[in-house]
Write a new protein. Structure first.
Length: 280
């Protein structure tokens, strides 16, 4: 019973929170901007690094969250601006540049900090086992608000992502809707990256969406498949890291590897089901 109470909130975090990430992942994969989540997570991490350099401590005061949110909104504005039609400069290249600059800036900011190396490791890998009840409930409440906004505005968000030509023909303000998308996406990333780290955020966003795309062309089916993959990977990785004490497996990387195994399984299943042909 004591063991259950100890791992209850990490387990609930991995059950309640990833659903919104899976939904955003569908948009990211469809838009073909695979590294936007990694870039946005790194921009959020840069804000946390600045707070640490100023003497703040993540989890103990509000400055890391506030600065990571400010940096994320600036990143959202950059990503929205980078939607332009240039025959030789794809948007993914701009996203990659933002990512590597944010990563380098994070290293520079923490280079003179006594806890710089450990802080950088925590931002990348995270430690979901240390998540607390207030963090889970606060993040879940935020995710519920963001999810409600996307349900209310789902037609426009889906049009901009899945039917861009129709949106352009209807004179939809693509950059304005892109900014709203990236801003809500950024809020999600900021909250989750402080719990799980950059690598796990990327895994939750991309792998379930790719698994869904491999097995179905229907958006709802892909969302269901992605949610199942996220649940299985998260819970399996947590249980493995807890039960295999002799190996002392870190939880975050274990979950990421579980995602890799599930992706391979989905790819094999898709190939077998379609007789070697691509999924329709």
């Amino acid at each position: 019973m004591e063991l259950f109470r100890l791992w209850l909130w990490p387990l609930l975090a991995l059950i309640l929170l990833p659903g919104l990430l899976v939904y955003f992942g569908l948009h990211v994969v469809e838009r073909g901007i695979i590294f936007v989540d990694l870039a946005l997570a790194q921009v959020a991490a840069l804000g946390i690094c600045v707070a640490i350099a100023l003497g703040s401590h993540p989890g103990h005061d509000a400055l890391p969250y506030v600065l990571s949110l400010v940096f994320t909104l600036m990143g959202a504005a950059l990503f929205a601006w980078s939607r332009f039609d240039h025959p030789r400069v794809p948007q993914e290249s701009i996203i990659g540049i933002i990512y590597v600059v944010a990563a380098a800036a994070s290293t520079l900011v923490l280079s003179h900090s006594a806890e710089g190396d450990e802080a950088m490791k925590n931002l990348l890998v995270g430690n979901v086992l240390l998540v607390t009840k207030p963090e889970v409930l606060r993040t879940f409440a935020l995710f519920a608000v963001i999810a409600a906004a996307h349900v209310l505005l789902r037609k426009r968000f889906l049009m901009v992502t899945f039917h861009e030509g129709e949106a352009k023909a209807g004179n939809v303000a693509l950059r304005a809707w892109d900014f709203l998308f990236y801003a809500t996406f950024g809020l999600t990333v900021v909250s989750f990256v402080q719990i799980t780290g950059v690598y796990l955020v990327f895994s939750y966003l991309i792998v379930p969406a790719v698994c869904g795309a491999l097995l179905s062309a229907d958006i709802r089916t892909r969302l269901i498949i992605g949610s199942v993959v996220a649940f299985v990977a998260g819970v399996s990785g947590l249980l493995l890291s807890i039960n295999l004490e002799s190996l002392d497996l870190p939880t975050g990387p274990t979950i990421v590897c579980c995602f890799g195994v599930l992706l391979i399984a989905c790819a094999i299943l898709a190939r077998l089901r379609n007789g070697g042909r691509a999924t329709a």
